[in-house]
Design a binder for this molecule. Structure first.
Ligand code: ADE
Length: 226
């Protein structure tokens, strides 16, 4: 999968994809992330990409021209399946969206700043608008990092144990069950005996029960979703 990101602060995205699973995905050639500095398409030599909003009001708006020139140039080359704008008024991100996006070949993310981007870019170029939660970040970069991480680990072959993503929290609207590792007894706090029983059927039933109980307790809203 090829992911391109347009940002005015590309430095914010230097680290998130350079470690751990995202790094491995890149090394295996399964995920390629390219970050573009929007100022490359600035309207003047001072790197201008934003301007005052019509109608007045505090805060700058990211201009059509640099964004559209950037989008058109990159899209001509890469033919994106989705052009996604990160914004607090987008659809709230969830595992289902991550699953869908993990099947795409190429995605372009647009990171907003200031008061956001000129509405005409949204109207004519953006195919999907996503929020990572009901709070306002200073820009879309951290949201892009969250989404790329959630999507990247779902690309077939990225995780060592192919099955492990299937048992993540949220894959079937259930939270994941508790997990334990050695030692069996730490300060008298013991691992549930069923996990040491070697009986795989029992273990699987126990995990499902725990998932249900945990979801009921912490996120009952998930149990009523289809
Ligand atoms: N940009 C600013 N806040 C955001 C949010 N909550 N989700 C996605 N992009 C954003």
């Amino acid at each position: 999968m090829k992911i391109h990101i347009i940002s005015v602060v590309p430095e914010l995205l230097e680290s998130p994809f350079s470690h751990s699973i995202m790094k491995r995905a890149a090394e295996k050639g399964l995920l390629q992330v390219t970050v573009h500095q929007l100022r490359k398409w600035a309207v003047n030599e001072y790197g201008m990409v934003d301007d005052y909003q019509f109608g007045g009001g505090a805060g700058m708006v990211m201009m059509c021209e640099p964004l559209i020139n950037a989008i058109e140039e990159l899209n001509a080359e890469h033919k994106f399946d989705e052009i996604i704008y990160l914004t607090p008024d987008g659809e709230k991100f969830h595992q289902g969206i991550a699953n869908t996006l993990s099947l795409k070949n190429s995605i372009l993310f647009i990171c907003g700043h200031y008061k956001g981007i000129d509405q005409r870019v949204r109207d004519h170029f953006i195919t999907k608008e996503i929020s990572i939660g009901d709070y306002v970040l200073s820009g879309g970069e951290l949201a892009a990092a969250v989404i790329v991480d959630a999507v990247g680990r779902l690309i077939p072959g990225v995780l060592n144990d192919e099955t492990s993503a299937l048992f993540d929290s949220f894959q079937d609207n259930l939270l994941a069950p508790p997990v334990y590792t050695r030692p069996e007894d730490f300060r008298g706090w013991k691992v549930p005996p069923v996990l040491l029983s070697g009986d795989h059927k029992k273990i699987s039933e126990w995990r499902h029960e725990q998932s249900l109980a945990r979801t009921q307790e912490k996120r009952p809203d998930l149990l009523n979703k289809d």
